[in-house]
Each structure stands twice: as C-alpha cells, then as structure tokens.
Design a protein around this ligand. Structure first.
Ligand code: ZN
Length: 223
C-alpha cells in the first residue's frame, strides 16, 4: 500500500488507518436507492488496504459487476478521539478535510442486503477508497457549508452541500466514537449526496471540494 495522507500540500507523518463510513447521511440519496431515512447513522468500515491516493487513475475491479461512485466529504483524524469527547475536543482532533470516493459494487451489495449479510465485500475491497489531499480546518470557514461536486465526462453528476447532512460532521464523530475509537490517521467518510451511478472504463472524473480541493482522474481497470 503506497497511500500517504497529504495536508496543505505536504505529506503528514500519520499511519494510514481505517476509514469509518456513514451510509444514508443525505435524505435525497437514501431516497434514490429506496432506503428508509435512518433514525441513527448507519456505519461501516473500510480497512486501510482499501485506501489509495486519488490521482491520475481510479482503478476499479471489472470481474465483480457494476461499480458505483459515491463522492463524499472526508475527515482526517489527527489525534485520538474516544467516547465522551465534546464538540471542541473533536474539532481540535481533526487534521484535515478532503474528498474520498466510496466505491461500491452495487449489484453485489444488493445481493448481500437481500440475503441480510454484511456489505464488506461490496464496499471494503482493495482500492475501494480513493482519497484526495486534505486542507486543514483553519482554511475552512464552516464544516457544514462545504460543497462537493463530481463531474463525469463533463456532466455534473453529484453536487451536494454538507448543509444537507442528516447528522453533521462533529455529531457524527461523537456518534462514531461511542463504538470505535478513532486513531490518528483514521478517516471518516461522511456519506454521499444524491447522484450516485455506475462507472465505465475510460470515464473522466473531476472531483472537488469546492474552493479547496480539485482532482481530475480517469477510470481504468484494476489488474
Ligand atoms: Zn458512501
């Protein structure tokens, strides 16, 4: 694994940890997949073998059915977050904010859901979490006024604001840390806005955390 965290253009000396992900944190996305709006955050984890740098290419498996893209605001944890932290302690523990792709083998996920089985094979496979560079929190005026966008072959596919999250970022970290201690170098993917869809080989993707992070990448086949 060659993934390294980068914040404000410099490599950060933190391990690549787990990525705790949140499902259905935007009402419009829950509806587009015919899922109920959850009463509490839906959590799952991608291991660090899923992390790759969001660079010139996004590599997707081609032997496991349709691969969907979910574009998500991603939080980099800089200091350990445990149960009982308050809002100020949580904010002080965040090392950066960026974008990550929650790659999802949608057909396989549906099959697993239908069989009441866990989703890991569909969500946590090698390379399932391309991660952008981060900016530190002092560069972000308000965590709940961030805009993320995905353009696919020039067409706007996802355009969401963190203002529409069902559970805002800091509350999400409070909730997560009741179950999972967050360690320096861990990531939190905060859920996808509406507009998820399949990737095709050769697709040109433009991913941005508007005003902060921009990345152009092409979809290629994983070997
Ligand atoms: Zn997601």
């Amino acid at each position: 694994m060659n993934y390294r965290h980068r914040v404000n253009g410099a490599e950060l000396d933190l391990p690549a940890g787990k990525a705790v992900c949140v499902g259905r944190n935007y009402a419009a996305h829950a509806k587009e997949l015919n899922n109920p709006i959850p009463k509490e955050p839906v959590l799952f984890i991608k291991p660090n073998t899923a992390l790759v740098t969001l660079g010139e290419q996004v590599l997707i498996p081609t032997r496991l059915g349709e691969c969907h893209i979910e574009t998500e605001i991603c939080i980099l944890v800089g200091e350990k977050i445990t149960r009982g932290f308050d809002q100020a302690q949580i904010e002080a523990s965040i090392a950066g904010v960026g974008v990550a792709l929650d790659l999802t083998l949608r057909g396989l996920q549906q099959q697993l859901k239908d069989d009441s089985l866990p989703w890991e094979k569909a969500k946590a496979f090698d390379g399932a979490c391309p991660v952008s560079e981060f900016v530190s929190l002092d560069k972000v005026a308000n965590l709940q006024q961030l805009q993320i966008q995905l353009r696919q072959n020039g067409q706007m596919q996802q355009d969401g604001s963190s203002a529409d999250m069902l559970t805002p970022v800091v509350e999400l970290l409070v909730y997560i840390s009741q179950f999972f201690t967050l360690l320096p170098g861990d990531l939190v993917l905060t859920g996808t806005p509406a507009g998820v869809g399949p990737l095709a080989l050769g697709d040109l993707l433009e991913v941005s955390l508007v005003d902060h992070v921009y990345c152009q990448t092409q979809v290629c086949a994983a070997v």
